[in-house]
Design a protein around this ligand. Structure first.
Ligand code: AMP
Length: 207
């Protein structure tokens, strides 16, 4: 028998609010949080082996292949046990299957998916003004100026939000993540949430 766990994955297109809402859920509940996009951007900046392997894909706005992504994330999941939020993982059906297998291996109940739905035109509007902290990777709120109020890091646009890379990420979302969403909804483990409106409005729907 599997033990109950509080494990949630956030799925949605780029700029749908996965990071903002995922962090808020982990903060409110005191659960661990991992953003695989932030992990990769940090690895790129620190020029680690993961960063060097992922760079060509990130530069083109493509997803990083499963064999590069899976080992680190699955190790993290196994070391956490229950009580975590994953933002941006899984993105593909093989990632979702591998995550379920890892949870089964450690005897915990399977994760549930929060699926944020935002129309493409609204996503394009959002990325034109999105800033992220280069140190803690928190997405800035409107009017926060040049520095992160949480850690003092520099707030800057993300390189992969430039319009060409953004359109490829959106295309990758439709090609790979939509079947992953189906994976969770087919198994009655996915809840589709309207991701339009202010972060507080979306949070009310999530809670
Ligand atoms: P995000 O910050 O979630 O928008 O992710 C930024 C980029 O990191 C994505 O466009 C992908 O290139 C890469 N990435 C993040 N998570 C994954 C994942 N689970 N699988 C493959 N690539 C990923």
């Amino acid at each position: 028998m599997a033990f109950a766990s509080h494990s949630f994955v956030f799925l949605g297109p780029p700029a749908s609010g996965k990071g903002t809402q995922g962090r808020r859920l982990s903060d409110e509940k005191g659960w661990a949080y991992l953003s695989t996009g932030a992990l990769l951007r940090g690895a790129l900046r620190d020029d680690t082996q993961l960063g060097r392997l992922a760079k060509p894909y990130l530069d083109r706005g493509e997803y990083v292949p499963d064999d590069i992504m899976l080992p680190g994330v699955l190790d993290w999941v196994k070391s956490q046990g229950g009580g975590w939020v994953l933002d941006g993982f899984p993105r593909t059906v093989p990632q979702a299957e591998a995550l379920d297998a890892a949870m089964e291996e450690i005897g915990l109940s399977l994760p549930k998916a929060m699926i944020l739905h935002v129309p493409d035109d609204e996503l394009r509007r959002r990325i034109t003004c999105r800033l992220e902290c280069e140190s803690c990777h928190r997405v800035a709120k409107d009017g926060e100026g040049e520095n992160c109020p949480k850690c003092g890091g520099h707030l800057a646009p993300r390189a992969d939000d430039a319009s060409g890379a953004f359109e490829s990420r959106l295309a990758e979302f439709h090609r790979l993540v939509v079947p992953t969403i189906q994976y969770y909804t087919d198994r009655m483990r996915g809840r589709i949430i309207n991701g339009t409106g202010s972060p507080d409005e979306v949070w009310v729907r999530i809670s």
